[in-house]
Design a protein. Structure first.
Length: 80
């Protein structure tokens, strides 16, 4: 969902996935979830929020870093 790519494995393949666009209805659901994730990550960081408002999305680097920080923050809140 983060990269919006599907990892497709073939039954008799070498165990390595082919990376493809997410097809059809699963792709539509993934897009909706991706957009919600981008907004959630942007809300947790002022710089990312500004970038989100300017561009309407976040670059992959910002999304990766913001997602990692959100999970870390969530984990530290739960351990208190």
């Amino acid at each position: 969902m983060i990269t919006m790519k599907a990892h497709v494995y073939t039954p008799d393949g070498d165990g390595k996935p082919k990376i493809e666009e997410i097809p059809g209805r699963p792709g539509e659901a993934a897009k909706t979830s991706h957009e919600a994730l981008v907004e959630m990550v942007a809300e947790g960081d002022d710089a990312l929020m500004e970038e989100f408002f300017e561009k309407g999305t976040l670059p992959m680097e910002g999304l990766d870093e913001g997602t990692a920080r959100a999970f870390q923050a969530s984990a530290s809140i739960r351990s208190c």
